[in-house]
Unconditional design. Structure first.
Length: 217
């Protein structure tokens, strides 16, 4: 019986494919992890860990992709921006990339009313406000979470709106503080009659003050 050539012993083609065209078992293709059915979930898990450790500013899409073991292009496929990925990772009810243009679109003298109505309407749904309130409660005992929230609010909301209106950021911060304070009193402290007041009643009461914050040069 003839002896098989040594160079053929470990290089027999599989399904007719030459050995040099077969996938390398130790090399991972960019993108989805082999055998993983929840790439989006992997990215979100990596994002939560990265945001918690590095904050919003220092976290990068490339770093989160590396942590998740995927190509950065795949992160962009699921989440258009770092802000969008943060919103999804923290389970926030709204994405600033989508909301800010809506609030800014319209007469400037009515921005206070649009912003006030949006915040009060959005937080009127328990499923929308609970993730926000849970994040705030965590921040009260965790300095890293405080820093993460501050960086996100500053860069994703406050600075963008302030720049669009041509006003100092402190004016937008004051408007945001006014509305967020009302939400806390309404749903956490449950201060009456504020807690049971209707949205339109509160819009009429609060919108002029919010507008005053935003009107100054």
């Amino acid at each position: 019986m003839s002896e098989r050539p040594a160079d053929d012993a470990g290089e027999r083609p599989v399904s007719g494919r030459p050995a040099d065209e077969r996938p390398e078992s130790g090399r991972r293709r960019p993108g989805r992890r082999p055998g993983s059915a929840d790439t989006r979930g992997q990215i979100l898990a990596a994002a939560r860990e990265t945001f918690s450790e590095k904050g919003f500013d220092k976290a990068t899409i490339r770093g989160i992709a590396r942590q998740a073991g995927v190509d950065p292009a795949l992160v962009h496929h699921y989440f258009a921006s770092k802000e969008g990925m943060f919103v999804a990772a923290m389970e926030l009810p709204v994405n600033p990339d989508e909301v800010i243009p809506t609030i800014m679109n319209g007469p400037r003298e009515e921005i206070g009313e649009r912003l006030t109505r949006f915040v009060l309407t959005m937080t009127s749904a328990a499923e929308a406000r609970q993730p926000v309130l849970a994040l705030v409660r965590t921040a009260m005992t965790n300095d890293q979470v405080v820093s993460m929230i501050r960086e996100f609010l500053t860069h994703a909301i406050v600075n963008r709106v302030a720049e669009g209106l041509g006003i100092p950021p402190i004016r937008m911060e004051a408007a945001f503080a006014q509305l967020f304070g009302v939400v806390l009193m309404r749903y956490v402290v449950k201060l009456e009659p504020l807690a049971s007041a209707g949205i339109e009643e509160l819009v009429e009461l609060l919108a002029p003050t919010v507008q005053r914050y935003l009107d100054g040069p």
